[in-house]
Design a protein around this ligand. Sequence first.
Ligand code: MN
Length: 382
Amino acid sequence: MNISILGSTGSIGTQTLDIVRDHSDEFKVTAITGNKNVALLERQAREFKPELVCVADVASARELKIKLNDTNIKVLGGKESLIEASSIQSADTVVTAVVGMTGIEPTISAIKSRKRVALANKETLVAAGNIIKECEAEYGKCIIPVDSEHSAIFQSMQGMADKREIKKIILTASGGPFYGKKREDLVNITPADALHNPNWDMGAKVTIDSSTLVNKGLEMIEAKWLFDIPMDKIEVVVHRQSVVHSAVEFVDNAVIAQLGMPDMRVPIQYALTYPNRMSIQRNELDLTEYASLTFEKPDTKTFYALELARKAGIEGGTLATVFNAADEAAVELFLKGELSYMGISEAIEYAMNEHNNIKNPTLSDIYDADKEAREAVYKRRK
Ligand code: MN
């Protein structure tokens, strides 16, 4: 199988390359892309020998091109070059692990080029869900989720005869580092407090988002599009041990879940090998090591970003883009010490209230809404 990895230097990208390294007989890398991490891109290019390396930052692309002078690897620069990597003829699977809105158009071009899309980019479905679904309707269903919860839901649905048999989706949440805390306990939270996540090792933005439950909110909206399920059939359940990665309840009350140790390699690899499975030589789940697995309702009074996400998901349109963009801007300000921790959810609520929602948006409506929401958050701070 030939893989193109958009965002090969990030957490999902490097773990995808670990899988390729361990199964070099099964996988070959035909393209990788990054933003600015020239040193790592060079190392990856020399090890995996792709046809193409794309670097979003133009100056970094120039630098990499010189470094790879002695090879016959093609180097392209600029954000548009990601489209080349996602539609490259030799790839049959595209892993979209870039962070941010830049992931949307390469994902669309991968669908149009009839690739399998192992989707790890959140913005693609959160912001452009309507466009992606139209695209899949025309070119065929091709997205396999990489996010652990969505992979669990996808796995739990295998063998299902009819979508109408689903009663609800049970999306599990670790509860984050501030589980059990109330609003008044969170007033003085610093970036360092929020950057500590016991179960999953992720980037700074995702770690903050999982502490505010914004991440779970984004995942609810993603699930709505991915599984074509209304928001009121998506339930979030706090599950501290992160062993049950999510579940599906069917009309006969049978609940099917996927369990395992927290290990992103499982969902990434499944997205590549689906419907088959391949062995992984580590991290087996031993259920007897767990005295109990706990499940409870989330505290949406304290972590009310979850309710804001539900609202954005129900109303649809550009409101979900605003939810995501306002959060990104607010987290950036929080990490710089310019916004309080509870200010993150407040900023999202503010930007959503300011926004005139556009139903069934075009890509340009989506980019405008994204920009507008960020500006609303920056302006409000002053
Ligand atoms: Mn997740």
